[in-house]
Design a protein around this ligand. Sequence first.
Ligand code: ATP
Length: 222
Amino acid sequence: MNQDTMKIPQATAKRLPLYYRFIQNLHSSGKQRVSSKELSEAVKVDSATIRRDFSYFGALGKKGYGYNVNYLLSFFSKTLSQDEVTKVGLIGVGNLGTAFLHYNFLKNNNTKIEVAFDVNPEKVGMEFGEVPVFPLAQLEEKLLEGNIEVVILTVPAPVAQSITDRLVNANVKGILNFTPARLNVPASIRIHHIDLAVELQSLVYFLKNYSNDDTETSQEGL
Ligand code: ATP
């Protein structure tokens, strides 16, 4: 993200990829303009929030006209650095890791898993979804060589911290942590934590204890 967008609230920042995806859909269906009400219905974020989010970026739309789709598309594309591909590394080619290697992130956003790492000799040297698997011993070397600053962690929880400690020396800036481990990192690294089991448990709890009307938003995470 560029300098201008550095100070927007984090909740707004988290919604940007969501807006971007929907605007891409609108653009491919040939739509020229969109109102905040239409956007709101599609992305399931209330229109006041959308207007406030967009207001951080200046005048993106006009009253009574709505938003120009082409303009929004190029604006969000630039803001989300979609003009460049972000290279990603993946550590732990198990069930979850393999699924990510086969999943084509490039289809929806400009991130691409370029290298993977594992300790299992049966996996090292193989390719999954055209991504080569290297031994963990080559972690720092390959990440630095490929200029890869973002990493997906899908290893067993007990080894997650020791691998994370090594990522500091590999100049990694961001970790998407799918392990249940809560990791300690220096301030130079940002971690986003996705614990699928906890998310599922939380969904089940909400289903049992709240009706949809009770919840502030039925689209959690937004
Ligand atoms: P998943 O949790 O993705 O369903 P799984 O049940 O297939 O995976 P796990 O035991 O969770 O297997 O391990 C995930 C992957 O991490 C495996 O491919 C395993 O070889 C690999 N792995 C285990 N220890 C390490 C390590 N220290 N460094 C890198 N990879 C590791």
